[in-house]
Write a protein that binds this ligand. Sequence first.
Ligand SMILES: Cc1cn([C@H]2C[C@H](O)[C@@H](COP(=O)(O)OP(=O)(O)O[C@H]3O[C@H](C)C(=O)[C@H](O)[C@H]3O)O2)c(=O)[nH]c1=O
Length: 190
Amino acid sequence: MTKFKITETKIKDLIIIDPVVLSDQRGFFMETYNKRYFEKLGFNLEFVQDNHSKSKKGVLRGLHFQKEHSQGKLIRVTRGSIWDVAVDLRKKSPTFGVWHGLILSQENKKLFYIPEGFAHGFLTLDDDTEIQYKCTDFYYPEFDSGINWDDPDIGIKWPFKEFGLEEENLILSERDMDQPSFKEYLGGAK
Ligand SMILES: Cc1cn([C@H]2C[C@H](O)[C@@H](COP(=O)(O)OP(=O)(O)O[C@H]3O[C@H](C)C(=O)[C@H](O)[C@H]3O)O2)c(=O)[nH]c1=O
């Protein structure tokens, strides 16, 4: 029985997963991860940590990655909606520095698998938005790092206007207000 529909992106191994939603008079049931099924699809993933965060509308978290112990992430939104974005930081990748963004929401139930070697960020489009994601390695604060979400060399087209958000009113953490540029990241600075 098919449990997931995989959609590839222009970036190798960065995939969008649509779980099969089984509805009945009570509501719905869906499997959101199945090791055996993912292996059949060629994704042999070992998750060791689950994360869950809640954000107000207009929060931007990112662009984050771990310099060592890079984490693959299987992301989904269980309440509200986000515009999620991944940036390919795999040095030898033909799509190095390329980004891909999409809407993940309680409604569309999509999952986004971001492999190791990517930076990750998201913009929340609803109040009380909750995301839950599985990680292929543990959190190592000493390796926690980032790149400026608005870096011109990466050029992410954040959909502020499309969702009635204003860049100047974004809600950011202290560190996300002052992340290194892509050039600094490339130069190994900071
Ligand atoms: C990531 C993480 C954080 N923390 C602690 C550290 C802080 O005391 C607090 C908030 O951490 P932070 O501000 O780094 O949370 P986010 O801004 O949501 O960071 C995450 O956002 C982007 C989008 C990601 O993909 C990463 O998972 C991660 O970088 O939780 C932990 O205890 N464990 C963890 O795995």
